[in-house]
Design a protein around this ligand. Structure first.
Ligand SMILES: [Zn+2]
Length: 81
């Protein structure tokens, strides 16, 4: 379940929105606008079991190629020195 306090910094968790970022076969998938409890100090997001299940389901669909994601510019920068 959702702890009352952040387990990292003991900050207070507030209802908000978060994102889930995953890497699938070299592509970066970002699921946005996920209802979550967000630590007001370090920003760590906690998902309810219900939401976690939905994320798992979406990830499963992506892996099976059922969802077509738009390629996202994930802000990766190549350092060419
Ligand atoms: Zn925290």
């Amino acid at each position: 379940m959702i702890p009352k306090r952040c387990s990292y910094c003991k900050g207070i968790l507030e209802e908000g929105k978060s994102e889930f970022i995953a890497r699938v076969g070299g592509e970066v998938i970002i699921i946005k606008e996920i209802p979550a409890y967000v630590c007001n100090q370090c920003g760590e997001a906690y998902f309810t079991p219900d939401i976690s299940r939905k994320i798992d389901k979406i990830m499963e669909d992506i892996h099976k190629g059922r969802i077509c994601c738009r390629p996202v510019a994930a802000g990766e920068i190549e350092l060419s020195v």
